[in-house]
Write a protein that binds this ligand. Sequence first.
Ligand SMILES: [Zn+2]
Length: 507
Amino acid sequence: MGPVLKVLGRVGVVVLGLAIVAVWLVLRLKGVPVPVLVTYGLVLTGLGCGLLWPRALGGRARRRTPAFFGVAAGLGTLGLYLAVVYHVTDLPVLLALAAGACLAGAVVAVLRGRRSADGRPARQARRAFLMGGAGLVLGTASGLSGGLVDRQRRASMARGERERQAAVRAPGARRRITDGAVRVFPIHTGDTIVTYGQFYGGLDGWEGLNGYVRTLVDKAQIAVPVHAYLIDHPRHGLMLVDTGVNWEQAHDHDGYYGLTSRLLTERDEYRMTAGQDLRVRLARLGYAAEEITTVFLTHVHDDHAGGLRYLPRATVVLDRRDWEHGVLYPHSFGLVKENLSFPAFDSGAFGPFPGSQDHFGDSSVILLPTPGHSPGHMCVLLRLDSGGVLFMGDTLYTLPHLATDQVRQMTIGGQDTVRQIEAARRVQRLLASDPGVVPLFAHDNTRYQFDLVASAFADGAPGEAGLRELRRGMESVLTSDWRLRPGHAPRFVAPASGTGLGKVAFG
Ligand SMILES: [Zn+2]
């Protein structure tokens, strides 16, 4: 037995060490102050020592110490959970767990009472009575708090609904233009808060697991836009490329995500005003979410799939590899699970792409596989009378990212990084071969998006002149061999106050 115990003890130390590191990372991500982190680390270390080497303590302490440290560590963890991760929707669950524990205690007391001799049964009966009573009270409180939590959430939803209605009615809304032209409208559905390195640090070590850990620990953060695109097509109706973030993700983040994703995401991951809600943006352009017939999802990540919950009638076109192997947040897909359509990519080669999908069979929309950022990422090429638009998804975050050898976003590492760079090169070749095609990005935070794309697509139809203007804008940033021109390299500018969001400067 001795050696086995020794091995188990060592495994225990490793597991404990990993647990401490994992908890530390989560707490760091949540911005918990360092003194609290240190205290918590000490409590957990104490637990480890007490459990693994109780002999060192001797006597009565030897028997009691493990229990003492266990309770201390348990209470410490609970306290930190309440302070850091807790959301009001957890209250009924916590109360139900406490009720369950009390009822289990009552059952144990009853069983013990039966087994023991004189004097003891009375004490055990009293204990069983108290614990059973506490269990019932806590159980009732759990049920009641469930109702209260529900009411509170409904009130907050109603408040949001009022804000959105006001935003729809605000001046400046437009009427739909129906002149038979294909129209494309950029839809800015709020911002996502990311670390600067995740966005621009791909060539500075932000890759794979290392990159992921750095996104947890690094606090050099910036806000970048999340864009979806609306297509009004005379033959194929209303379509979206990606759907952006939904209202609940931005305003009820903790309630929307389950405990595990809540542990690993930041509470203020998304920001959205009432005017940026997908439904509001569509209404102000003269459309309604119910009219959308097709959604092309470049990939399944949640800042692209959030709006799906407003589009229960749309056919959602996405690569099967993303559906089967991508990072899916079920909340966003609940309503559209029955409406999925997976392209076969059997329409033959398309320029530098060995496979493609001519979605409608008339060359109007071509789906191009660009795996790497996710297992089944795809780009979407839309043909306009005067040229075309290439929706990039997250293959490249911004226009400067087209200079793949100088600016790179965080990549997954290994073969996925290789695939993503390969996809980026294909995109470069496609853009080089057809000067009538312009790239549209999901997260471009440069002048290209906010000045040039916004004005070229102001009425949805850029025309030949508008597309030429955009290509000129692109060529003012990038050389023909995909290098950045001077003055366009990104750099992080820390916030003046020392904390909060930084900015990206180009120079
Ligand atoms: Zn994205």
